[in-house]
Design a protein. Structure first.
Length: 376
């Protein structure tokens, strides 16, 4: 993550804010996240909506009114000439619309011209007369032969980053996949017993929580699976941080359960619920999206029997989890009902070879088939 774009400010310039209050929505290459105030005081906005800035650059100040104002006030004149203050997005919009910025009043911090000012100016500007040929305005879609009209949608910064990372993964990682079917009968029984044992409203770990815990324990036993191949060397990570792929309306976000091998199954269940809620409410932070050493992707809730996930570089592997299915199985010569689930491990062959990968996957299956070990 190298830069972010200010999507919108949730507070006005000069407004009093309290520590912990959400200030702005910022789109990074990982997600659109909310940044909160780290102190009480008067907000002075330094970067307007629509502007893209490098990570680490100051976008606002919080303090008493006079001090904050002094920090944010830019020079009104430059080299003896009046300087028009406008965001880069506003300048681009002005060029495209043929609007002279000197005639636009800015509503941003310090009188800066922002996107909203240009939108209003464009609407108020006189429109050129329509050509006598009766030509229509340029449509949002374009014709494309027998495909009909094609609508062009511009991806968000997050979607662009996903496309780049997945292309990088396929182009640079020599991957292979291994699949096993897990007998989930014991896990189903244990979860039913946990549901009966807890008080109404208390959290019961899901099957995906069991998978995260099983992966964390197995990663501790198989260090290369908890590593990466980078710059011609193996990186082996001390901490076991499991990322959970979460689908949103238009993106894919991977929050991290840090030190998952040191947390109980119930702690993992609580943390994953919190992370899921924060992703859906768009208040997840960059810190919660970083530091992953392994990823779990589950499409079982969509009825997908099994699939192969694309490795999240530079990680060594990713586990794809399929649907928990009730199927007839053969036990002691008898056909009986059984619960089965497919798990597929995609591996970077540069660091995780066939036999060690199979042993790692077998360990995950063993833990899921003997789930009492996940409670220890």
């Amino acid at each position: 993550m190298e830069e972010g774009t200010i999507v919108r400010w949730l507070k006005r310039d000069g407004e009093q804010v309290a520590q912990g209050e959400p200030l702005a929505e910022v789109e990074t290459d990982k997600a659109t996240v909310t940044f909160d105030a780290d102190a009480d005081g008067t907000l002075r906005i330094l970067v307007g909506e629509g502007e893209t800035v490098p990570i680490g650059k100051l976008i606002a100040r919080i303090g008493d009114g006079a001090a904050a104002q002094a920090q944010s006030a830019p020079a009104a004149y430059e080299n003896g000439a009046q300087r028009v203050k406008a965001s880069p997005l506003a300048r681009r919009m002005a060029r495209e619309a043929g609007i002279e910025l000197t005639g636009v009043s800015g509503s941003g911090p310090g009188g800066r011209i922002v996107k909203a000012d240009l939108t209003g100016a464009a609407q108020a500007a006189p429109q050129p007369p329509a050509p006598h040929s009766g030509a229509a305005a340029l449509p949002q879609a374009r014709p494309s032969g027998n495909k009909g009209r094609v609508t062009i949608q511009q991806p968000t910064r997050t979607q662009v980053q996903i496309a780049q990372r997945m292309s990088e993964s396929r182009a640079t990682i020599p991957s292979f996949a291994l699949e096993v079917v897990v007998d989930m009968n014991a896990a189903v029984t244990m979860r039913s017993q946990l549901r009966e044992a807890v008080r109404p409203g208390e959290l019961v770990p899901s099957y995906n929580d069991m998978v995260v815990k099983a992966c964390a324990v197995a990663l501790r036993d198989h260090p290369r699976a908890n590593g990466a191949y980078r710059d011609g060397a193996f990186e082996l990570y001390e901490r076991v941080n499991v990322g959970i792929a979460v689908a949103t309306d238009d993106s894919l976000i991977v929050p991290t359960v840090f030190d998952a091998d040191q947390k109980s199954l119930v702690e993992i269940a609580r943390e994953t619920r919190t992370l899921l809620m924060r992703v859906r409410e768009r208040v997840i932070t960059p810190a919660e999206l970083s530091g992953g050493t392994f990823t779990v992707s589950n499409l079982g809730m969509y009825g997908v029997a099994s699939f192969e996930a694309i490795i999240n570089p530079p990680q060594a592997a990713i586990l794809a989890v399929g649907e928990l299915r009730e199927l007839p199985v053969l036990r002691a010569g008898l056909v009986v009902p059984g619960s089965q689930m497919s798990i597929v491990l995609s591996c970077d062959h540069r660091i995780l070879y066939g036999a060690p990968a199979a042993q790692f996957l077998a360990r995950i299956r063993q833990l899921l088939e003997q789930p009492v070990n996940l409670l220890l």
